[in-house]
Ligand binder design. Structure first.
Ligand code: SF4
Length: 82
């Protein structure tokens, strides 16, 4: 399973981060981004990576249920799963 966020629709409420913090992260711009588990969603230069449909990450099997729950609860309907 892969997941990504359309930041243009994100409300920044942080619900996804509460549900599955290993995969979702709020950055300084107030928007949520996906991250590879154990990694970070910002580059060394401090810019957001994993942005939009091209910034999808692989979800470990044990986190799939939480990611599906986050996508279902997302008020912006902007968490996409493939
Ligand atoms: S739950 Fe959806 S709208 Fe809320 S911060 Fe996460 S991606 Fe953005």
């Amino acid at each position: 399973m892969e997941v990504w966020i359309d930041q243009d629709l994100c409300t920044g409420d942080g619900l996804c981060v509460e549900i599955c913090p290993p995969v979702f992260e709020l950055l300084d711009d107030g928007l949520a981004y996906v991250k590879a588990v154990g990694a970070t969603a910002i580059s060394e230069s401090g810019e957001a990576i994993n942005k939009g449909a091209t910034g999808r990450v692989l979800v470990p099997a044990e986190l799939e249920d939480a990611v599906v729950e986050a996508a279902g609860d997302c008020p912006g309907e902007c968490i996409f799963i493939d």
